[in-house]
Design a protein around this ligand. Structure first.
Ligand code: PLP
Length: 376
């Protein structure tokens, strides 16, 4: 059997070990230290100089802290895009709050601004104004940020941008992760850059960043002994892992180019195949890192389904995966309110994520192309 081609696997740039070595040489083998500070600075420079970054142990931890800092408490409601990975929604439940799920729209596959406004109005009429909105930049595609932020502002609801999949993407020239009151990033092993496990919270002010770090390091009051007036968490990024992050930041732009080239590669393969559309930006305002390249397969037109395509790839040791199963269809969230139609559900039924690593070799691509072309 030929070697396995993964959907998205870690891709080291080359300098990571140098920074890890520094951590060892200076004995900063701790959840703080110069690699953490430098990695945060690298991210700040990359996103924009007004952002304030707290490096944390995961994207999920960053979302949890964002919700705490947004004042989300027991029995509050939080609006969340339904079409996403479960980590976008789980932290709402960690807080004892209730997720309210929203459908996507066709252009970006992200939160539909029309349903957002309708949902807010309806929740208010039922007696509760939502405390926060979690919008996701799915597969690297920026959401309709102008519309969504203006609705959030108008209703004075905190906006959290889950840009876990969208580091390197931008909307109207502004980097994803910087749109909300808070942004979150993930450096899990499958993301565009990785620290093997890690995440970051993007804050608007230095004060917010300091609050985030306080909560992420067990909420210790200032005292020589251990004193606590608040519940804390152990969510800080390790200085060893931040070393990997520093190395990865040096190659981020190159990886964005490579992932975008994968997208063009799939567009070329499917360009004359009726019923298959490769997901791309709706217009020039949107710049996606194309973390994952995805395709929609219209079974009636194409004569095969996305699942048929997935199985053919699997038989050739090539990994692909259906799109995220919407949260409102997940057994664990079956009682959560949902606003929308069936856009997310239809995407789930006909969509497929294709191998998208920045480390796909020319040979890998030839293999993928020939398997797909033979099948078609
Ligand atoms: C990966 C991911 C997360 C969670 O990040 P972790 O670092 O794995 O905790 C959150 N939201 C989305 C959309 C993701 O893809």
């Amino acid at each position: 059997m030929k070697n396995k081609i993964w959907l998205s696997s870690p891709h080291m740039g080359g300098e990571e070990l140098k920074y890890i070595q520094e951590a060892f040489d200076t004995n900063w083998v701790a959840p703080l230290g110069p690699n953490v500070t430098n990695f945060e600075d690298d991210l700040k420079k990359y996103l924009n100089r007004d952002s304030n970054i707290a490096a944390l142990s995961s994207g999920t931890a960053a979302l949890h802290i964002a919700l705490i800092l947004s004042g989300v408490k027991k029995e509050d409601e939080v609006i969340c895009q339904s079409m996403t990975f479960s980590a976008s929604a789980n932290p709402i439940v960690y807080q004892g709050a209730l997720p309210v799920f929203l459908d996507s729209e066709q252009d970006t596959w992200n939160m539909c601004p029309m349903h957002l406004e309708a949902a807010i109005e309806d929740r208010i009429s039922k007696g509760k104004k939502p405390k926060a909105i979690i919008v996701v930049d799915l597969y690297g595609m920026p959401a309709k940020m102008d519309e969504i932020s203006s609705i959030a502002k108008r209703y004075k609801i905190t906006l959290i941008e889950d840009a876990a999949e969208a580091l390197g993407s931008s909307y109207k020239g502004r980097k994803c992760g910087t749109f909300g009151d808070f942004g979150i990033l993930s450096f899990n092993g499958n993301k565009i850059i990785t620290t093997s496990g890690g995440g970051a919270l993007v804050c608007k002010t230095k004060e917010m960043k300091e609050k985030a770090i306080f909560l992420a390091t067990q909420a210790r009051d200032e005292a020589p002994h251990y004193q606590h007036s608040q519940i804390g968490y152990n969510y800080r990024m390790s200085n060893v892992l931040a070393g990997i992050g520093r190395g990865q930041m040096e190659v981020l732009d190159e990886y964005v180019k490579l992932r975008r080239a994968n997208n063009s590669f799939y567009k070329e393969i499917f360009k004359n195949v009726e019923g298959v559309t490769v997901f791309e930006e709706p217009n020039k305002d949107y710049f996606s890192n194309h973390w994952l390249s995805c395709a929609r397969v219209d079974k009636e037109v194409a004569g095969f389904s996305s699942e048929d395509l997935r199985l053919v790839l699997l038989n050739n040791n090539i990994e692909s995966r259906p799109l995220w199963k919407p949260m409102h269809l997940q057994p664990v969230f079956k009682n959560a309110p949902y606003y929308g139609n069936k856009v997310a559900e239809e995407l789930f039924n006909c969509g497929l994520c294709l191998p998208s690593g920045s480390n796909l070799s020319t040979e890998d691509k030839k293999r993928i192309e020939s398997v797909i072309k033979n099948f078609i």
